[in-house]
Design a protein around this ligand. Structure first.
Ligand SMILES: [Zn+2]
Ligand SMILES: [Zn+2]
Length: 390
């Protein structure tokens, strides 16, 4: 099998793939509520004769090749977002208030197309393909519990992708090493002592303390992280106080801390705590800092990211297989799969023209012409890893 033939096959089934995508687009569901989505995937796998197992709302399909070889996993995320889709789309969401506005319908359709193509060549396959349909990427994370349940046990390599409207159809990108930052949530609870605003000397003003804390936190990234290492701390909420003439005794601040490196992530978490505690002590206030661990950073195995770029260059031309120079500071829980086994995550251009509306917007309209490219690439990664690609 060569790459061009693979792409021709993906093109030939493109109308089927589009049908799958549109059916999934109609039924967007939130994390761990993907029951209709799960049922539709199972139904499609049944029609393809691919055995599968379910737990919670995830699906794991298995294509056992006729010859021995590695086990290669493909992953597609399943969930949607609480966004109301505009009128006009002929396959508009039937779940009012919900929309596949992150393109996960595209990912599932690509994975089903890859499954169809790979199962058609099952007897010749040197190894096993594992199809991971993963819930809850946008919310609590479905990858971590899937890994805990053994989703990548015995897997030799794993590949996943995300459609990206910042690139045109026919372009892909990725990079070795960190592709997505960690995402930790920070909750800061500052406690002071309330009293009459005319007698602040008898109080501990939580607002003044919080103000200093917020300023001091700006130094966590700028003074504790190497300027060459991507990291960001953004505080998104602040609440406190009840009346203009009462000294406030309680301020709550929340934010997000992101880093592209596990060691840097640990250091910054520690610094946030130290800065908050130090400032609180200076003001006679108390503080509780809670760091809620989010997704770990997604670290691509260098050789597997290079495999993506090499195959991408062969399929789409070197000018269209782009090596990113910096990671995204957005989170992606594919990270849990590549923590366990070698693999790579990559981005698939999905825009007809640029600029285009971004992910997580109601205006997102991915161009379905990227579906066969995604399917051919995922199949090519499997076959190449099995040593079957010419
Ligand atoms: Zn998203
Ligand atoms: Zn997404």
């Amino acid at each position: 099998m060569n790459l061009q033939e693979l792409y021709a096959r993906a093109e030939a089934i493109a109308p089927w793939t589009v049908e799958q995508r549109r059916a999934l687009h109609r039924i967007p569901e939130t994390g761990f509520q993907e029951f209709k989505t799960q049922a539709l995937i199972c139904q499609t796998l049944d029609a393809l004769g691919i055995p599968h197992a379910e737990e919670r709302t995830w699906v794991v399909g298995t294509i056992r090749g006729g010859k021995p070889g590695p086990t290669v996993a493909l992953r597609a995320d399943m969930d949607a977002l609480p966004i109301t889709e505009p009128e006009g789309c002929p396959f508009r969401s039937e779940h009012e208030g919900w929309m596949h506005a992150c393109g996960h319908d595209m990912h599932m359709a690509i994975q089903l197309a890859a499954a169809k193509l790979l199962s058609e060549m099952k007897d010749a396959l040197c190894g096993t393909v594992r199809l991971l349909f993963q819930p809850a990427e946008e919310t609590v994370g479905g990858a971590e519990p899937m890994v805990a349940a053994g989703a990548v046990e015995g897997v030799d390599a794993v590949y996943g992708l995300h459609v990206q409207p910042y690139m045109r159809v026919g372009q892909i990108d990725t990079m070795p090493g960190c592709l997505n930052a960690s995402t930790d949530e920070i909750n800061i609870d500052v406690r002071g002592v309330s009293g009459h605003a005319a007698r602040p000397h008898l109080c501990v003003d939580a607002i003044v303390c919080a103000a200093q804390m917020i300023s001091a936190l700006q130094t966590v990234v700028s003074r504790s992280a190497s300027p060459l290492m991507p990291a960001v701390l953004s505080l998104g909420t602040i609440h406190g106080g009840q009346a203009p003439n009462v000294v406030c005794d309680h301020v709550q601040i929340s934010g997000t801390l992101r880093a592209a490196d596990p060691d840097l992530r640990a250091l910054l978490k520690r610094r946030v705590r130290e800065v908050c505690e130090g400032v609180a002590a200076a003001f006679g206030a108390t503080v509780e800092v809670e760091v809620v661990s989010g997704y770990s950073p997604l670290i691509n195995t260098p050789a597997e990211a290079e495999r993506v770029l090499r195959l991408g260059a062969r399929l789409l031309g070197t000018e269209n297989a782009l090596t990113r120079t910096a990671p995204s500071m957005g989170g992606e829980d594919f990270s849990y799969f590549v923590e366990k086994v070698p693999g790579a995550f990559w981005h698939l251009g999905c825009s007809a023209a640029l600029p285009a509306a971004g992910l997580h917007t109601r205006e997102l309209v991915p161009d379905e012409r990227c579906l066969p490219i995604g399917a051919a690439m995922q199949c090519a990664l499997v076959l190449d890893r099995m040593g079957m690609l010419e």
